[in-house]
Design a protein around this ligand. Structure first.
Ligand code: ADP
Length: 448
């Protein structure tokens, strides 16, 4: 087992990883920018190293400073959290070259899944169902027209290097196609430095359902069920739940086993998420994330398994603590992402939190790095905390969520808490009757 882990992240996820390390008796080092000197993860860690000024590229993305911090403190492993360097294959390679363990998959696996065309090809080879579309990158308009006619309109043009919901264009008919292709290509080139794009069928009313997987690094893989992340705004997840209100146990086992086998076939090591769109009873692979996800706590709530413990065990060569047949799904869990944003316009709302009171009681978990008197720096993302609620079934979970939202107090800044108070009372949400477009339509509708 590791002696000392360096946590290369900030905010709630740095604290989340720190807690797992403490439970396992592992020393912790955190790195931070000058803007985060007062952050909770810095206060609670055994050691901390300031690695640079506020902008991420000079601090949390500064590979040389992070490697130097490992060497100064004698850390033998790095947990990257999510975002920042978590899906940076070069970072994984550099750590390996320094004999420091990257808590995550190999650089090669990150590279394959980071290129969406390559990822889709690999998924297909491993027996995962994919969205019908082009075999690889689209070279010109003629080819685009041929593929689109074959799969049928509407189609979506996506950047191979895309991420964060950027670089996607929908074409509803052939007249739209040339413009969509040209815009997608130029946007992808400008945003990612790679203008390779591919085409796939645009699904009109899918749900976003993702499978949590783990590879033990020794040729075996397991799945921990699904999360339904269909409630999105601008392709960003807002509310996540497990299990999905749309799946039954057989469908869960079927897609879960396909994913577990794929992970085993890849020889994958560590946590991963295989994302699908789900429509009319069919799953369509869209991408694989080779890291811990923001919404991992809903899976922890219904399985009772600490995913960060498992990541650390696997990275240290100790394998997984559970086998597929040991995994049981208990009850229902929902996560609300609480952002420092105006709940109507979603404009960021940095500033000082004058009062912070979190709900408690049975089935409530709050993962947050903030506290009363904390000043939210304007340089990073706006997530200030996650409320995760567990109940014996979805109805109990929703009742408990409503109560927890009433108890939650964040003063001094605007947050998205009022949005969740609205959602929890909505009949479609109560019925689990929503797709990936539901939230955008709800937000666009005039309020009464
Ligand atoms: P990113 O890596 O940028 O997040 P994804 O491929 O994961 O890109 O897609 C993000 C979101 O875009 C999906 O959750 C879904 O809302 C939408 N999307 C992607 N592909 C399709 C498709 N073929 N049909 C309909 N919507 C899609």
């Amino acid at each position: 087992m590791f002696q000392k882990i360096l946590i290369a992240n900030r905010g709630e996820i740095a604290l989340r990883v720190l807690r797992a390390c403490k439970e396992l008796g592992i020393q912790t080092v955190v790195v931070h920018s000058t803007a985060d000197a007062d952050a909770m993860h810095v206060r609670l860690a055994d050691e901390s190293v300031c690695i640079g000024p506020p902008p991420s590229r000079d601090s949390y993305l500064n590979v040389h400073q992070i490697v130097a911090a490992c060497e100064i403190t004698g850390a033998d492993a790095v947990h990257p959290g999510y975002g920042f360097l978590s899906e940076n294959a070069k970072f994984a390679d550099i750590l390996a070259a320094h004999n420091i363990t990257f808590i995550g998959p190999s650089g090669d696996h990150i590279r394959v899944m980071g290129d969406k065309i390559e990822a889709k090809r690999t998924a297909k080879r491993l027996g995962i169902p994919v969205v019908p579309g082009s075999e690889g990158a689209i070279s010109d308009e003629k080819e685009a027209r041929r593929v689109a006619a074959e799969i049928g309109y509407p189609v979506i043009i996506k950047a191979s290097a895309g991420g964060g919901g950027r670089g996607m264009k929908v074409a509803r008919n052939e007249a739209d196609l040339d413009v969509a292709l040209a815009t997608a290509k130029s946007e992808a080139g400008a945003a990612f430095g790679d203008d390779a794009v591919y085409i796939e069928k645009y699904l009109e009313k899918p749900r976003h359902i993702e499978i949590q997987v783990f590879g033990d690094g020794m040729g075996s893989g397991i799945h921990l069920g699904e999360r339904d992340c269909s409630l999105q705004r601008r392709h960003q997840k807002v509310w996540e739940e497990a299990n999905s209100p749309a799946l039954n146990a057989e469908e869960r086992a079927r897609i879960g086993n396909i994913c577990a086998n794929a992970v085993a076939g890849l020889g994958y090591s560590g946590a991963g998420t295989i994302e699908f769109l789900y429509e009319d009873g069919e799953f369509y692979f869209i991408e694989m994330n080779t890291r811990l996800q923001v919404e991992h706590p809903v899976t922890e709530a219904i399985t009772g398994i600490d995913l960060v413990h498992e990541q650390i065990r696997v990275a240290s060569g100790g394998g997984l603590s559970v086998r597929q047949e040991d995994i049981r799904f208990h009850g229902h869990a929902i996560e609300c992402r609480i952002n420092a944003e105006d709940p109507r316009t979603f404009a960021p709302s940095p500033g000082t939190i004058t009062h912070f009171h979190t709900p408690g009681g049975l089935g409530i978990r709050v993962d947050s790095g903030v506290y009363s008197g904390y000043r939210i720096p304007p340089y990073y993302d706006s997530l200030i905390g996650k409320l995760i609620v567990h109940g014996r079934n979805r109805v109990e979970c929703m009742m408990r969520l409503r109560r927890a939202l009433d108890e939650f107090v964040v003063d001094g800044i605007k947050t998205t808490l009022p949005l969740f108070r609205d959602l929890v009372g909505n009949p479609d949400i109560a019925n689990g009757d929503y797709d990936i477009h539901w939230l955008e339509k709800y937000l666009a509708a005039p309020s009464d």
